[in-house]
Ligand binder design. Structure first.
Ligand SMILES: CC(=O)N[C@H]1[C@@H](OP(=O)(O)OP(=O)(O)OC[C@H]2O[C@@H](n3ccc(=O)[nH]c3=O)[C@H](O)[C@@H]2O)O[C@H](CO)[C@@H](O)[C@@H]1O
Length: 357
C-alpha cells in the first residue's frame, strides 16, 4: 500500500447543486483528514452561491454548458474550453496537488485532462443512473470512476469502477428534528410538506404543487416549506402571502432542516434529491425533469420507487389532481419500508479508495 504524500487536492464541479454538493461532501471528508481543498468551479450564479456559503476556497472559470447543436455558441464553447484547460494547467502546477477529482459539469473536463497530463491521480464521480457526456469522456483517462448506482457500472467498460453511492452531506443525515424545528421556527405535530425543484427550481412543479397543496389544505391542517428557485419566487410568494403556515424561499442553504421537519417531499429526481431521500427514508412524490439527458431523472427515480419510498409522476401527467392523489396515497400508506442504513458514508468509501492505493 503506497500512501499519497501531498495533503492538497483539487475538486472540479460546476453548474448545479447535484454536481457541486457531492464535491463538497468529499471536500469535508478530505478536510477531516487534514487535507487542503481548492475547488475549480464555473463562474455561474449557482456554483458561486453554493461555494461562497460553504466557506471553501475556489477558483472560478469562465465556462458554461456545451451547446447541443453546432453553432457560433459551440465555437465559443470550444474557445472557453481551451482557455479553461490552460488555466487548469497553470493552477494545478501552482497548487501542486497529487489528487484531482471531478464531480461533474463541464469544468471537470479541462481540470481532469490537465491533471492527467501533469501526471496527477485523477478520479471522477458519476451521480446519475445514466452517465453524462463529460464523464463518459473522462472515464477514459481517470484512474478510478465512482458511481452512485450499481446499474451504471455497465456504461464504463474496462474501467476501474467502484459503486460508492452518492456522497450525501453529513449535515443532512445528522440534523435532529427538534433542532430543525427550532431553526425554522416551525410547528411540531402538523403534517409538513417540503417542495423543491432541484437546485435551479422548476416552474411547472412549483405552480402545480401550490395548487395541489391549496386543495389539500382544505382537508388537512398542513405546514409547507416551498423552495421555488429564482424564476417564479415572486409569483409563488405573492400567491402564498395570505396563506397560513406556507413559507416560501428562493433557495435554502440549510435544506437539511427542511428535510428533517417534513413528512413528505415533492421534488424532481436529480441524483442529489433521490439519494438524500433514500438516506433519510423520507417518502416523496418525484416528478422527473423530462429534458434531462437520456431521461436520466426518470431512471434515478426508480432507485426509490422500487422499494416504494416514492410515487413517480411524469411531467406530462402532472396536474393538481394527480399530485394531490399521490400525496394522499403516501399519507394513507403506513408502511414505507425502512432501509437499514450503511454505517459508512460514500465519502468515506471514496476517501479510503483514493488514499489507500
Ligand atoms: C436540471 C438538471 O439537469 N438537473 C441535474 C442536476 O440536478 P440538480 O442540482 O437540479 O438536482 P439534485 O437533486 O441532483 O441536487 C440538488 C441539490 O441541491 C440541494 N438544494 C436544493 C435546493 C435548495 O434550496 N437547497 C439545496 O441545498 C439539494 O439538497 C440537493 O443536494 O444534477 C444532478 C446530478 O448530476 C442530475 O441528476 C440532475 O438531472
Amino acid at each position: 500500500m503506497t500512501r499519497i504524500a501531498s495533503k492538497k487536492i483539487i475538486i472540479a464541479a460546476s453548474g448545479t447543486g447535484g454536481h457541486i454538493y457531492p464535491g463538497i461532501s468529499l471536500a469535508r471528508e478530505f478536510e477531516r483528514n487534514g487535507y487542503d481543498v481548492t475547488f475549480f468551479i464555473g463562474n455561474n450564479e449557482t456554483s458561486v452561491k453554493i461555494l461562497t456559503d460553504s466557506g471553501l476556497k475556489y477558483i472560478a472559470f469562465n465556462m458554461s454548458g456545451m451547446p447541443r447543436k453546432f453553432s457560433f455558441a459551440f465555437i465559443k464553447f470550444l474557445f472557453k474550453l481551451a482557455k479553461a484547460f490552460l488555466k487548469s494547467f497553470c493552477e494545478i502546477k501552482k497548487i501542486n496537488p497529487d489528487i484531482v477529482i471531478g464531480t461533474g459539469g463541464y469544468i471537470s473536463v479541462p481540470a481532469i485532462a490537465a491533471a492527467g497530463i501533469l501526471g496527477r491521480k485523477t478520479y471522477i464521480h458519476e451521480q446519475n443512473a445514466i452517465p453524462g457526456a463529460a464523464n463518459k469522456l473522462l472515464a477514459k483517462i481517470a484512474d478510478k470512476v465512482f458511481v452512485s448506482f450499481k446499474d451504471s457500472v455497465k456504461y464504463f467498460k474496462n474501467k476501474n469502477v467502484i459503486v460508492s453511492g452518492y456522497p450525501v452531506r453529513r449535515d443532512i443525515v445528522n440534523v435532529s428534528k427538534d433542532e430543525a424545528l427550532k431553526n425554522l421556527n416551525a410547528q411540531k405535530d402538523i403534517y409538513t410538506v417540503l417542495v423543491f425543484g432541484g437546485s435551479l427550481g422548476a416552474v411547472k412543479l412549483n405552480e402545480t404543487a401550490f395548487d395541489a397543496l391549496d386543495k389539500f389544505s382544505l382537508k388537512e391542517k398542513i405546514q409547507v416549506f416551498h423552495i421555488t428557485g429564482s424564476k417564479n419566487f415572486a409569483l409563488i410568494s405573492e400567491k402564498a402571502k395570505n396563506k397560513k403556515n406556507y413559507f416560501v424561499f428562493e433557495y435554502m442553504h440549510n435544506i437539511a432542516d427542511a428535510y428533517a421537519v417534513s413528512d413528505i417531499v415533492i421534488c424532481r429526481s436529480g441524483a442529489g434529491a433521490v439519494f438524500e431521500l433514500k438516506a433519510l427514508n423520507k417518502p416523496a412524490v418525484l416528478v422527473p425533469y423530462p429534458f434531462a439527458t437520456d431521461n436520466h431523472q426518470f431512471f434515478n427515480a426508480k432507485e426509490i420507487e422500487k422499494p416504494r419510498f416514492a410515487e413517480v409522476i411524469e411531467e406530462k401527467n402532472l396536474n393538481a389532481q394527480s399530485l394531490l392523489s399521490a400525496i394522499e396515497q403516501i399519507k394513507s400508506s403506513k408502511s414505507y419500508p425502512v432501509e437499514s442504513k450503511s454505517l459508512q458514508l460514500p465519502q468515506e468509501t471514496i476517501f479510503k479508495e483514493i488514499i489507500n492505493v
